[in-house]
Design a protein around this ligand. Structure first.
Ligand SMILES: NC(=O)C1=CN([C@@H]2O[C@H](COP(=O)(O)OP(=O)(O)OC[C@H]3O[C@@H](n4cnc5c(N)ncnc54)[C@H](OP(=O)(O)O)[C@@H]3O)[C@@H](O)[C@H]2O)C=CC1
Ligand SMILES: N[C@@H](CC(=O)OP(=O)(O)O)C(=O)O
Length: 401
């Protein structure tokens, strides 16, 4: 059997993105940007698992140029190759080889129009707030501000409409901000799931309930993560805080934004059509790539058939593609027909880790439909989402030189 989309041979792990083959770049070349100049970006937490992926993805970016790298005081002052324990299979990009790691202080990133954060959550709260207060645009992977009622939690293929809350965030700040804000992306397991779920809601109306069981890669916990003696030959059926994050974040992302009587915007948390979510999260001995088994029930009766679901997922397109984000993949969702796919080892680098892979779409005897989804936790689950969010921000005129 064949797959619904032609997929390239899986690239060697983590090769730098080749933007020259992006179909969108031809349509939206660099000179289409506001003033034609590359946009300076910084990376906080640049030495970590997510930070390294940022550097790999940004090294050849057509709009963004790496300008400043930050990490802990342990790393600050060192050349990046000395500070980092480089764990990517591609070589450390030339652009980062001579850079000196800075402390994560806003004044050291003042020239950056965009700051990506891959900071440890223990320190992200305070540091990201200080960067926002210095009127810098922060795109964060950390969990700290995801529940903030004025901070959008954006999965770029799903809810870029949530950018509309940003002005309110800036005005609520004391003093009000002109350019600074925080945008977060979601927990890596949440991200992989909401992409196909949003495609289903778009095609068939609201979901009523869903059950999700994850099998999450070791790299999700950062480096060095779970001790080898705990994870080899084993499954750990607990990831602290993960189930609660998935259950809550899905509602914020899949929900809309309402305008109150006073004109203020608020996230509706899917309240108009309540959605019940139950998540069970497991750590498995896979290096990269979070897999999730999902069963859903639709509000609308009768529910769609597996074939209708398959067609909706294959046909899914999103703003990040149509607007022309250079890092958006040709297909946000790849649908497999083979009975034993997706698999992390085979499918996690599909489209450089920017797409998600779905398979085993079938009837569920308890709810309506069940399927499997695989997402690269470090790419679309983290760095790639942040980068596409920043590309959307450029196209929406929210950031720029
Ligand atoms: N790994 C994944 O798949 C995903 C991770 N995330 C989130 O992204 C963030 C980064 O995760 P990950 O890369 O895995 O984590 P790592 O532990 O691999 O990296 C953490 C980074 O934070 C820096 N840091 C630690 N302490 C400080 C400090 N006091 N001041 C400034 N910088 C500091 C570290 O610098 P140094 O090297 O100098 O210590 C390092 O660069 C976390 O919030 C995580 O929850 C989100 C989605 C997926
Ligand atoms: N907790 C996730 C990764 C992560 O860091 O999540 P969050 O950004 O929601 O804290 C995992 O272990 O796979």
């Amino acid at each position: 059997m064949t797959s619904s989309h032609l997929r390239p041979t899986p690239a060697a792990d983590n090769q730098p993105t080749d933007f020259s083959s992006s179909p969108l770049l031809a349509k939206y070349p660099r000179h289409n940007m506001q003033d034609g100049a590359a946009i300076k970006v910084g990376v906080l937490g640049a030495t970590g698992t997510v930070g390294q992926r940022f550097i790999t993805l940004l090294a050849n970016h057509p709009w963004f140029v790496l300008h400043a790298l930050g990490a802990s005081p342990r790393s600050a002052g060192k050349r990046y190759p000395v500070a980092v324990n480089w764990k990517q299979t591609s070589r450390l990009p030339a652009v980062a080889r001579e850079m000196i790691v800075r402390e994560c202080k806003p004044e050291l990133f003042a020239d950056c129009a965009v700051v990506f954060s891959g900071l440890d959550a223990d320190v992200a709260g305070e540091i990201e707030a200080a960067f926002r207060a210095a009127d810098l645009a922060v795109f964060s992977n950390a969990k700290n501000y995801r529940r903030d009622p004025l901070v959008p939690l954006i999965v770029p293929y799903v809810n870029p409409s949530h950018f509309s809350i940003l002005r309110q965030q800036q005005l609520a700040h004391s003093p009000p901000l002109k350019k600074g804000f925080i945008i977060t992306n979601a927990n890596c397991s949440t991200t992989g799931c909401v992409i196909p779920l949003s495609a289903l809601e778009k095609a068939f109306g609201p979901l009523e309930s869903l059950l999700v069981t994850t099998m999450q890669a070791i790299s999700g916990g950062g480096y060095p993560g779970v001790p080898s003696l705990d994870i080899m030959d084993n499954i750990v059926p607990f990831i602290s805080g993960e189930e609660e994050k998935m259950e809550w974040e899905m509602l914020k992302i899949l929900g809309g934004i309402v305008k109150n009587d006073d004109g203020a915007r608020a996230f509706d948390m899917h309240a108009r059509t309540p959605l019940r979510v139950s998540a069970s999260c497991n750590r498995v001995p896979v290096i990269d790539g979070h897999t999730a088994c999902i069963s859903v029930r639709f509000s609308r009766r009768p529910p769609p058939s597996p074939q209708q679901v398959r067609e909706a997922l294959v046909g899914f397109t999103c703003d990040a593609q149509t607007l022309g984000c250079p890092s958006a993949p040709r297909h946000a969702i790849s649908v497999h027909e083979e009975p034993d796919r997706p698999q992390p080892r085979l499918d996690r680098y599909y489209q450089d880790g920017a797409g998600v892979s779905v398979g085993r779409i079938r009837q569920c005897q308890v709810l309506d439909i069940k399927f499997v989804v695989l997402a690269n936790n470090v790419s679309i689950g983290a760095a790639t989402s942040s980068i596409i969010n920043a590309e959307l921000a450029v196209l929406k005129g929210v950031v720029g030189n």
